[in-house]
Write a protein that binds this ligand. Sequence first.
Ligand SMILES: N[C@@H](CCC(=O)N[C@@H](CS)C(=O)NCC(=O)O)C(=O)O
Length: 79
Amino acid sequence: MEATHALYYSKYCFFCQKVLMFIRGKDLDLTLLSTSDKSHAQALMQGGGKTQVPCLRIEQADGSVEWMYESNDIIEYFS
Ligand SMILES: N[C@@H](CCC(=O)N[C@@H](CS)C(=O)NCC(=O)O)C(=O)O
């Protein structure tokens, strides 16, 4: 079984726009979570340890979770 992905982003963030532009049109199973929704910002802080965006939450089939914070790393991950 494959990993599931969620991208935390802010629409005012250049680094987020860079990632969003990159993934646009790609056939990815990815949930987009805006941190303007306080519950998403809170989940990001609690899970990843900081509020910085963009952040990709990767959950493996075995339940292990990775929080990937750097836009270049996220782009590389989906390349
Ligand atoms: N080096 C990071 C920079 C990300 C960054 O600076 N994000 C800003 C928004 S544009 C941010 O989240 N600042 C608030 C914070 O760090 O809590 C990347 O390329 O993803």
